[in-house]
Design a binder for this molecule. Structure first.
Ligand SMILES: [Zn+2]
Length: 146
């Protein structure tokens, strides 16, 4: 499916996927920050409270073994960091795919197409005039319009 319309559909799909992955990534990063704050509070000798409920196990509220809890949440943080790394890689891959798919296949992204070179006589010289034309497929943008 290499028609302009086909490329367009694929590019739109990739763009949507990219947006979803970026949102997931943002949510994971927010969670990471919260868990880091929990760990810091445990480190300062504070107890976890109900406001941490979304992130932690209910049974950890008010527990007074900060060392064990810190280990537990550091473990979670490590898993989260791997997820973040994975999603970041995915975003990069999707960005590259989008870049390739949205590049105009007619001009290869340059915005210009070569026409036949014309020759002009100027006094004793014959001057070659390379015929560059603004690409009519992408209107010179080098990108297919989505
Ligand atoms: Zn073009």
């Amino acid at each position: 499916m290499n028609t302009i319309e086909g490329l367009k559909q694929q590019a739109i799909r990739i763009k949507r996927q990219m947006k979803e992955t970026q949102n997931e990534l943002a949510a994971l990063q927010e969670r990471q920050t919260c868990i880091q704050q929990c760990i810091a509070r445990l480190g300062a000798g504070e107890l976890l409270s109900t406001s941490d409920l979304e992130l932690i196990d209910e049974r950890d509220i008010g527990r007074t073994s900060p060392i064990v809890l810190r280990m537990k949440y550091r473990g979670r943080l490590a898993v989260l960091s791997r997820d973040i790394e994975e999603r970041t890689g995915e975003v990069t891959r999707l960005l590259q795919a989008f870049d390739e798919l949205s590049r105009c296949p007619v001009c290869g992204g340059t915005g210009w197409t070569a026409e036949r070179t014309s020759y002009e006589r100027q006094e004793r010289l014959i001057v070659a005039k390379p015929g560059l034309q603004r690409c009519s497929t992408c209107n010179g943008t080098g990108r297919i319009e989505l």
